[in-house]
Write a protein that binds this ligand. Structure first.
Ligand SMILES: *Cc1c(COP(=O)(O)O)cnc(C)c1O
Length: 516
């Protein structure tokens, strides 16, 4: 296609190798707004203004602003076309393990857009935002109830930020108890990378703990690693292999006996919400990824929320701000008092995310949340049961929690790698599962369907996975190594994209002039 839909010739495009769909038919390559637009025109009519005196003190810009001029339909089509190139949870199944890519109910969106929530400003007088504070307080109570904990820090912006918050509370607690020499944090080798990164960021030495042959952590391995210098353990439960840490209570007791704290990575809470209360397992701090468990949209660089629940031992060290009842009104405690480690972030967190999560909770009810957890576990086990005769599972024989984990042993000798297999899934219309994570499993394929998917969708996914596995083993490696063939772009140089990102658009004539 040599013309874009504006009837102007498109800028020269890099056409990906092995990708006949590039820039073809109804999926055109999309130029940048600056390439589509025209700096001499504007999409809006503004009346000419008489500027009698210049109040800018000589700071008026001397060069044109150079914004691209587009009409409303041009601008709208640009973004809609871009959105069609973007796979999303609203366009199909998203089996990324560890990510809990569940449906975001439209009711959540409607509630978050209510002006009383959407239009509040963090610097508004507290007396004018009592309803919004009430909603934060209500969400906080749900989180404490579901986890059986004493306090919750609402302001962290994501799971990783929540880890930082929880570990800062632990550090503050040790400092208050005269235990500043404790400089080691224990992290199982299957942990998400954010766990050791958080501990290292705070200056702790990270000690890895091996998993046993069942993919879980043995209390004996923890006991052997504990000492007077250990500040905390960071343990994920259910863990990143999709398995429930069956010795978690004994591990918590051993950690506490050694004077350390138990940080639980709660990113996989979706598998147990409403069924198990982590406080009953002996955790001291745990972040909750609202964008995973409670159906708020996943990032894309946008706002997130990773509240951290805290045990009685850590509650005094929670950061500010927090909401507190003061007679018949709610107040926002902004200044650190007692043992609080202070402020973690500007303002109070993401109102829109709070409302979406709270809406999800209220519309499900406590029994509905437990049902969602059970359905998520059932779906993962269904996939595992229907695939395990063709695929190879590293920790065979055990039922899983929310995700099914396979390794690449079944591809041995086929010339097909986990990456090739994932790329071939794209040609069949399925977003790949998480690959090569957790690191403890060779060529890992981690599949998390969540409770959102219907039996029909699961069956279609399973049929595709089985057909691909059989084809790989039948010796048709070429289909895999040349995939994806039906995607607009094929295999990208991801390393180069990360190391040398082109973040700035240079006007073609400017780059030509510079070259001359
Ligand atoms: C997603 C995830 C995290 C990090 O959460 P973010 O919100 O992405 O920062 C940490 N641990 C585990 C196990 C996760 O799955």
């Amino acid at each position: 296609m040599s013309m874009n839909t504006q009837g102007r010739p498109t800028a020269p495009q890099a056409v990906a190798v092995g990708s006949p769909a590039s820039g073809s038919a109804l999926l055109p390559e999309e130029a940048l707004l600056f390439e589509i637009g025209d700096r001499d025109h504007s999409g809006v009519d503004l009346p000419d203004v008489e500027v009698s005196d210049d109040r800018l003190g000589g700071l008026r810009r001397k060069t044109p602003l150079d914004l691209p001029g587009l009409t409303e339909p041009e601008a709208m089509r640009h973004y809609v076309r871009l959105s069609r190139r973007n796979y999303s949870i609203d366009s199909g199944m998203y089996p990324l393990g560890s990510c809990t890519m569940k449906h975001n109910p439209r009711l959540n969106e409607k509630m978050a857009r209510l002006p009383g929530f959407a239009d509040v400003h963090p610097l508004q007088p507290v007396s004018t935002v009592q309803g919004a504070l009430g909603a934060i307080e209500e969400l906080a109570r749900w989180l404490m109830e579901l986890t059986n904990t004493e306090a919750v820090a609402m302001s962290p912006k994501a799971g990783a930020h929540g880890e930082l918050c929880g570990m800062m509370a632990i550090r503050a607690a040790h400092a208050a108890n005269g235990q500043t020499h404790r400089n080691i944090v224990l992290v199982p080798e299957s942990a998400h990378g954010t766990n050791p990164a958080t501990a290292a960021f705070l200056g702790y030495e990270v000690r890895s703990i091996d998993a046993n042959e069942h993919g879980t952590v043995d209390v004996e391995a923890v006991r052997a690693a504990l000492s007077d210098d250990v500040a905390a353990i960071m343990l994920t439960n259910p863990n990143t292999c999709g398995l429930f840490e069956s010795q978690v209570i004994e591990i918590a007791e051993a950690v506490h006996e050694a004077g350390a704290y138990f940080y639980c990575d709660g990113a996989n809470f979706n598998a147990i919400m409403g069924v198990v209360r982590p406080g009953d397992l002996g955790i001291d701090a745990m972040h909750i990824n609202l964008h995973k468990t409670f159906s708020t949209p996943h990032g894309g660089g946008g706002p997130g929320a990773g509240p951290v629940v805290l045990s009685q031992a850590l509650a005094p060290f929670a950061p500010v701000p927090f909401v507190r009842k003061g007679g018949d009104h709610l107040e926002l405690v902004e200044h650190a008092e007692g043992g609080s480690f202070g402020r973690l972030t500007a303002f109070h967190g993401q109102m829109g995310m709070y409302i979406r999560a709270l809406t999800y909770m209220l519309s499900h009810g406590k029994d509905g949340l437990a049902q969602a957890a059970r359905d998520a576990v059932l779906n993962a086990n269904y996939i595992k049961a229907r695939l395990e005769d063709l695929f190879s599972a590293p920790f065979n024989g055990q039922p899983v929690m929310h995700e099914a984990l396979f390794d690449d042993a079944f591809l041995k000798g086929t010339g097909v790698t986990t990456l090739d297999f994932a790329k071939a899934m794209i040609d069949e219309g399925f977003h790949p599962m998480t690959m090569y994570f957790p690191l403890v499993v060779q060529g890992a394929m981690l599949i998390e369907p969540t409770e959102s998917e219907s039996l029909q969708t699961l069956d279609a996914f399973i049929a595709t996975m089985r057909e691909l596995a059989e084809d790989a083993r039948a010796g048709n490696a070429g289909r895999f190594t040349s995939a994806p063939r039906r995607a607009p772009l094929a295999r990208l140089d991801e390393t180069r994209a990360a190391r040398q990102p082109r973040l700035k658009w240079v006007r073609p004539e400017a780059s030509r002039e510079a070259a001359e």
